[in-house]
Design a protein around this ligand. Structure first.
Ligand code: S3P
Length: 432
């Protein structure tokens, strides 16, 4: 089995990092540009496995996408009614976002499409999108009574109709799937969330000229005539990727990092709030807005952290950052209690279980709760060999724990390519 050793960073992490493009926004940019009425140039697109699954699927549906040497994309939109029947099966790879959002895009189409994905994606629940899309009149069929991949989207025999859908859990993927189906449904489509999840789809639809009604935790869409392609979309850096460095520099003494071009959409900045509550030294600099999304540079320096408690209310704003926040908790004084995080059990892997099992090999005091984690901070970490479960965020959280502690050997380290191909290289570059 392939492994990778990460040594302790004895003299801190210092330097500047260009944070790679936001994964969520990259997916949406290529989907909406693909059904826009013209050409869109996308800069800072995240060229990592997950987003490339979306590129491949959109190409199979007839969209022209050129990948340029500078990392940008040129997408030739086929129009809201222009996607065509794919000749083969679509493959979402490991990407839940590709699959769930594209089911919404495909639900109203008059042609057949079939989706597959990798082994991890086959275990993740898809009933949560199939149920509302079926209520809109779409015809979808998945394995085990419409719960899992593979999934077939049968040709729509008549236009979908709008619904009012109260979502049982806050999920940007489910919300987005319904809104994308709503682009071609008769009447109005309304999604009501318990807590507002990331709103990148809403912001990008607006950037394509679609009018939405947003009120409290609900959003309503009415089918537009077309999506007006903006000339360019500049994708800000991914705060979920920046989070690894925010924690690393906080807990490794003598660190000072400048993270360039980080998306700071308020539906994503829970990690900043929690780290600051813990006592982290983070400055938000050069705030600006680009393509409807706020971005900034973040400077982070070492600080003494203390334990905190947080739960369901903030969860949608930091759900993907829990594994690395758990690393911060290992180095904090006192206990950190994380609750209301049950959704973590259905991510790329069961992340509550993975963090509890693997972190316990490094430090004794990590407890698994039904819907979260209890971490007693301050113990000295020991070196160990830990499993990534092929989950990119588990692998990167382990790497930061090892660099801050006494080293770690990661089994299956290559999965970082899902969202952050340059991760290990960057860690070596900033190590002093
Ligand atoms: C995402 C939404 C979240 C998040 C995932 C990306 C998105 O998932 O965990 O990494 O791009 O919409 P859920 O919608 O399942 O909460």
């Amino acid at each position: 089995m392939e492994t990778r050793r990460i040594e302790r960073a004895k003299n801190g992490l210092v330097g500047e990092i260009q944070i790679p493009g936001d994964k969520s926004i990259s997916h949406r940019s290529v989907m909406l540009a693909g059904i826009g009425d013209g050409a869109t140039h996308i800069t800072h697109f995240l060229r990592a496995q997950d987003c490339l699954s979306t590129v491949a699927a959109m190409r199979q549906l007839g969209v022209g996408i050129q990948e340029n040497d500078d990392g940008s994309l040129d997408v030739t939109g086929v129009g809201l009614h222009g996607l065509t029947e794919p000749a083969g099966v679509l493959d979402a790879g490991d990407s839940g976002t590709t699959l769930r959002l594209m089911l919404g895009l495909l639900a109203p189409q008059p042609f057949l499409s079939v989706f597959t994905g990798d082994a991890l994606l086959h275990k993740r629940p898809m009933g949560r999108v199939i149920t509302p899309l079926s209520q809109m009149g779409a015809r979808l069929a998945g394995r085990q009574q419409n719960k899992y991949l593979p999934i077939a989207v049968l040709p729509a025999q008549q236009p979908l109709h709008g619904i009012i859908y109260p979502m049982p859990v806050a999920s940007a993927q489910v919300k987005s799937a319904i809104l994308l189906a709503g682009l071609r449904a008769e009447g109005e489509t309304t999604v009501v969330e318990p807590v507002v999840s990331r709103d990148h789809t809403e912001r990008m639809l607006e950037a394509f000229g679609v009018r939405l009604l947003r009120k409290d935790t609900s959003v309503t869409i009415k089918a537009p005539k077309q999506l007006v392609s903006p000339e360019t979309i500049d994708v800000p850096g991914d705060i979920s990727s920046a989070a690894f460095w925010l924690v690393a520099a906080s807990v490794i003494p003598q660190s000072d990092l400048l993270l360039r071009n980080v998306g700071v959409n308020p539906t994503r900045t829970g990690v900043l709030d929690v780290l600051r509550d813990m006592g982290a030294d983070i400055a938000v600099l050069n705030e600006r807005v680009s393509g409807g999304e706020p971005a900034a540079d973040l400077r982070v320096r070492s600080a003494k952290l203390r334990g905190v408690s947080f739960g369901a209310e903030i969860m949608p704003r930091l759900i993907d950052e829990i594994p690395v926040i758990a690393v911060a908790a290992l180095f904090a004084d006192g206990d950190t209690e994380i609750t209301g995080a049950g959704e973590l059990r259905v991510k790329e892997t069961d992340r509550i279980r993975a963090v509890a099992e693997e972190f316990r090999k490094l430090a004794p005091n990590v407890e698994e709760l039904a819907d979260g984690l209890l971490i007693h901070g301050g113990a000295r970490l020991q070196a160990a060999r830990c499993a990534s479960y092929d989950d990119h965020r588990i692998a990167m959280a382990l790497a930061i724990a090892g660099a801050a502690g006494d080293g770690v050997e990661i089994e299956g380290p290559g999965c970082v390519d899902i969202s952050y191909p340059a991760f290990y290289r960057t860690l070596e570059e900033i190590r002093r």
